[in-house]
Write a protein of this length. Structure first.
Length: 189
């Protein structure tokens, strides 16, 4: 650049090495991670949002029982009812929420988080079964789209963040990738 050349304000960050796209992806990554972290915290401590006060996991409540026992549509209805409240299902669900949330917020292990998050979203999609027009009791399901809903969008967002290396901006993605074990096992990036 020659002296006296002004960089437009909207390009200043790019001149410093961080593109606008990278910054937007970083914000989306952090916000997505916060969604999972908040779900974990609310279910763990019963902060009276999705989980009532005194019904948190630390109070003896089950993070899976309410949702899975209420599954009222789809071919996997009875399987989800059988899983509702199972200790191993509670642990797996809570560790998934925590792990995905921490990975997304910190920017590490985004590929692993995207894979785990996609699996979780696929199971939750199957539990809500958007293709159903009616619930098992005959009432309308209120599904607004029989195929694509927010579970699919979250899975695609997490995949895009992992593929786009969104952890490298405002996260620890670059540092994580240099850890010798991670460097040898690229799927952990």
């Amino acid at each position: 650049m020659t002296s006296g050349t002004q960089i437009p304000a909207h390009r200043a960050g790019e001149a410093a090495g961080v593109s606008m796209t990278a910054r937007v992806l970083a914000v989306v990554r952090i916000v997505t991670g916060f969604i999972f972290l908040w779900a974990f915290l609310d279910k763990a401590f019963g902060w009276s949002y999705a989980t009532g006060s005194g019904k948190g996991w630390v109070d003896g409540g089950s993070p899976t029982k309410g949702f899975l026992s209420g599954v009222a549509a789809g071919p996997f209805q009875s399987a989800f009812h059988d899983l509702a409240g199972a200790g191993w299902a509670n642990w797996l669900f809570m560790l998934g929420l925590l792990g995905i949330g921490v990975a997304m917020v910190s920017g590490v292990a985004l590929r692993l988080a995207a894979a785990a998050g996609t699996a979780m979203m696929a199971l939750m999609w199957a539990a809500e079964w958007p293709p159903a027009r009616h619930l098992s009791d005959g009432t309308l399901s209120m599904s607004s789209n029989p195929i694509v809903d927010y579970h699919i969008v979250y899975a695609l967002v997490m995949t895009a963040l992992a593929v786009g290396c969104a952890g490298n901006t405002w996260g620890f993605g670059r540092i994580w990738a240099k850890v010798p074990f991670v460097h040898r096992n690229r799927w952990l990036i």
